[in-house]
Design a protein around this ligand. Structure first.
Ligand code: PLP
Length: 431
């Protein structure tokens, strides 16, 4: 937090008015962008291998998006979320066209956190049950309710201090690397993880559970995909015990993992999808919930309010139409084309460097974890250690050499999540 010491326009000292300029130790101030590159004030170029926050999926200056936003701003910039608007309707229809068949209705919101809160609100009202199950090592947002859904040890203290959301149970993630389960194969671990989930459901009381909310592939907590068969079993459990399955696609959606939505890769149809980030390629905030016909009809009949003033903002919806054009015009195909090269390049790095404990991910969302070769444990535990964290050093050195990576939680990982428009040479440069 920096305080502006310049006098403000009213002539008084602005020392009492805090202006947030970003983290004090962040050396780069970005002012321009083009394709997969961003530029700082000194005109240094960086390959943005993080797409800022896993969200600028179409790259930094996609004219298809900018033109649609401009056109909308020139017609009518804002229409209340309680009125009909053609741009909003068109985006809702296009989202339903690419979503799993079971999902046809869209409720817009503003951020991923709010989309998750809306989905939970809908699930609780619709089922009449109160509990929601989410995974440890998950991230679902930072607003009061969404932080309560998140299974990230670093945000736990906030949740415990404020007890923002009650009725959230946690279950273990189906991790294959440093797994809490002892199966010899990913499939066996997947089976054990699903058995554990059933144990949690039965002990929480199936009738008390409204929904299971989960990322189809974990994002900030390490880009780990589920073992084969895991999600099919989760779907079966939800059917068996009459629980809604909500897929949090805030990172995994919009081509990042090779399909429109991450859960489609698993061949499973959820009852709701929450989305944000990539829907507009982050050109302007927009988020939402995709739900089934039945849920949509029921919401219309009951008139339960889950919207916000800026939900489904027309300029956001226009940006969404431009972004969907870009994804359809080859960006998702590009992920499928380069995914093998991405995987092989990272696996070669894992073989070459003994401090790289594992690489995991899918599509254009990958994580590299640094572990001590002697113990197989992470070099550094941010909750215990201070000092040099190898993952942090790698990110710093990469930035000094013109490539931006992200950090995962726990912070022993480097996350790679480039815009979907990168080419093979840019991929090779970053690796
Ligand atoms: N869900 C997931 C999987 C996320 O990764 C994030 C943000 O990174 C969120 C929800 C919260 O989205 P937002 O930051 O737009 O509130």
């Amino acid at each position: 937090m920096s305080l502006n010491s310049e006098p403000d326009q009213r002539g008084s000292s602005a020392a009492s008015i805090p202006h947030w300029y970003g983290p004090d130790d962040e050396p780069i101030s970005l002012v321009d962008g083009s394709g997969a590159y961003v530029y700082d004030e000194a005109e240094n170029e960086y390959l943005d291998f993080l797409a800022q926050l896993y969200c600028v999926n179409a790259g930094h200056d996609d004219q298809r998006i900018i033109e649609k936003m401009t056109e909308q701003a020139n017609r009518i910039p804002y229409v209340s979320s309680s009125k009909r608007n053609a741009t909003r309707n068109e985006l809702a229809n296009r989202l339903a066209d690419v979503a799993p068949d079971s999902l046809s209705d869209v409720f817009f919101s503003i951020s991923g956190s709010e989309a998750n809160e809306s989905a939970i609100q809908i699930a609780r009202e619709y089922t009449g049950s109160q509990k929601v199950l989410t995974r440890w090592r998950s991230y679902h947002g930072s607003t009061y309710g969404a932080a309560g859904l998140t299974g990230d040890p670093e945000t736990r203290s906030v949740v415990e201090r404020h007890a923002a959301v009650t009725g959230v149970g946690k279950f273990l993630p189906p991790l294959v690397h440093r797994s809490p389960f002892d199966g010899d194969t990913p499939e066996e671990i997947g089976r054990q993880a699903a058995e554990h989930l059933e144990f949690v459901i039965r002990n929480e009381g199936p009738d008390s559970i409204a929904a299971i909310l989960t990322e189809p592939i974990a994002g900030t907590s390490g880009a780990y995909p589920a073992p084969p068969g895991y999600f099919e079993r989760v779907r079966e459990l939800c059917d068996e015990y009459d629980i809604l399955l909500i897929s949090d696609e805030v990172i995994a959606g919009f081509g990042r993992c090779g399909d429109w939505f991450g859960i489609q890769t698993e061949g499973v149809e959820p009852d709701m999808i929450t989305f944000a980030k990539g829907v507009t390629s982050a050109y302007v905030p927009l988020a939402g919930v995709l739900a089934s016909d039945e849920i949509g009809d029921w919401l219309n009949e009951t008139g339960i309010e889950v919207g916000q003033t800026f939900a489904g903002h027309p300029i956001g919806c226009a940006a969404g139409l431009g972004a969907m054009d870009a994804y359809e015009d080859g960006l998702i195909d590009n992920v499928r084309t380069l995914e093998g090269e991405f995987r092989e390049g990272l696996e070669a790095i894992e073989r070459r460097h003994e401090a790289v404990g594992s690489v995991h991910g899918r599509g254009f969302l990958w994580s590299v974890e640094f572990t001590d070769p002697e113990t197989g444990e992470p070099y550094f535990d941010p909750r215990v250690d201070s000092g040099d964290n190898p993952a942090e050093r790698v990110r710093e050195i990469a930035a000094e050499n013109g490539v931006l990576f992200g950090s995962g939680r726990p912070d022993v990982q480097v996350l790679l999540s480039p815009p979907l428009c990168i080419d093979s040479d840019q991929l090779e440069d970053a690796l």
